[in-house]
Design a binder for this molecule. Structure first.
Ligand code: PLP
Length: 377
């Protein structure tokens, strides 16, 4: 990786050690510049070049298509956030009383509350303990002939457990179960191929490992799966032929059907800039470095006697999140002390969560662990 490019793109304040990409990531310099330019343009000439903005929107859909290896950019909708995309699925399916949904027992509320909300329609939610030797088997074992959908995070926000999605997708397809992936904790860190996974729905907001802004999210659906979702938001933008002079309309075939009105053009410009950096560096190379950083961090943390690592240590079972506790320490207090020492991290899922992205150097990781060691005495 070109150190000059990384230095230019991540001009983080001196002394700051940013280990919180699983929460909200810093923007690359080019994303900042894209937002600045867009603001400048808006204040100078308004939407005079709206056609160019529309091209940027198309470019972003193509970038996301490549990110996911989706068959078509028509399979990508741009929504507000992960929760909205999950809600589109939960509210849209034709549930029957007695149906069930299977999730893991440690999902972020975005991937639990939409399914819990279906209780009033008689839908059972099955939350599966995945802190077992074979979590995918546990998830499969909880499915039966009334399971309509399996929805999991690719990587758990707290523990950092990474699931083997290939052990779930084909199983779901064989059993006529929809397969839904909250990919916010893996996209931008770990590569994903939605076709190989046989995923029906994939969603992720931009603001974590994808290094984009909050408030814009990708939502992938297969044509067959989106046909099964009843729509509940309508407007000018979700029709097949956008024509303000016609009163006839049909729902768009493309995933644009989930976007009822004007797009988030500011978010689109920013998100596209962030993805252009990730593409330039290469998703495989990023994955390699994220996993290498995690392995390095695990190794360093293990050298502190009082540290207990909660995240599974084998490379296939984690991505960029490393969660740990320190014996006889109040974790919240320790988090605050780390923050006061400019180690940006968070107390989540019963431990301290470090989530360094690919551009964080060994030197910074060493420094963070040194500070932790000192604060843990
Ligand atoms: C697994 C997971 N899903 C979803 C979210 C956030 O969802 P949203 O994009 O709706 O804010 C988070 C944020 O921490 C998360 O960790």
């Amino acid at each position: 990786m070109d150190p000059n490019l990384l230095k230019k793109e991540f001009p983080l304040e001196d002394g700051l050690i940013y280990l919180n990409h699983a929460a909200v990531a810093p923007w690359p310099a080019r994303t900042r510049d894209a937002v600045r330019q867009f603001a400048e343009e808006n204040s100078r000439i308004g939407a005079q070049h709206y056609q160019r903005w529309l091209q940027k929107e198309q470019a972003l859909r193509a970038q996301i298509q490549r990110l996911l290896n989706a068959p078509s950019s028509d399979d990508i909708a741009l929504l507000k956030n992960t929760s909205e995309a999950l809600s589109v699925v939960a509210a849209g399916l034709d549930w029957q009383a007695g149906d069930n949904v299977v999730i893991s027992a440690e999902e972020f509320p975005s991937n639990r509350i939409p399914w819990q909300s279906l209780a009033r329609r008689g839908v059972e939610l099955r939350e599966v303990n995945i802190r077992v030797e074979a979590p995918e088997q546990a998830l499969r074992d909880h499915c039966d002939d009334r399971t309509r959908l399996l929805s999991v995070s690719s990587v758990q926000y707290g523990s950092g457990i990474r699931l083997d999605l290939e052990a779930l997708g084909p199983f779901c397809r064989r059993n006529n179960i929809l397969f839904c992936i909250d990919a916010i904790q893996s996209l931008g860190a770990i590569t994903m191929d939605v076709q190989a996974l046989q995923a029906d729905f994939v969603m992720a907001d931009a603001h974590k490992w994808l290094l984009g802004p909050e408030g814009i999210a990708l939502f992938y659906s297969t044509p067959a799966a989106r046909e099964r979702l009843q729509l509940y938001q309508y407007g000018w933008h979700m029709v097949e032929n956008i024509d303000f002079n016609s009163r006839d309309w049909q729902v768009a075939r493309a995933a644009r059907r989930f976007e009822c009105g004007s797009p988030n053009m500011l978010g689109i410009h920013a998100f596209s800039a962030s993805l252009s950096l990730l593409e330039e560096i290469g998703y495989r190379q990023i994955e390699h470095k994220v996993l290498r950083n995690s392995a390095y961090l695990i190794d360093k943390l293990e050298q502190i006697d009082t540290v207990q690592i909660l995240t599974p240590k084998v490379a296939q079972r984690h991505a960029g999140i490393i969660n740990f506790t320190v014996a006889a320490k109040d974790m919240l207090q320790l988090q605050n002390n780390l923050l006061n020492n400019k180690v940006i991290c968070v107390y989540r899922g019963g431990g301290l969560r470090f989530s360094p992205h690919f551009y964080i150097t060994d030197k910074l990781l060493d420094k963070a662990v040194d500070i932790l060691r000192r604060l843990s005495l």
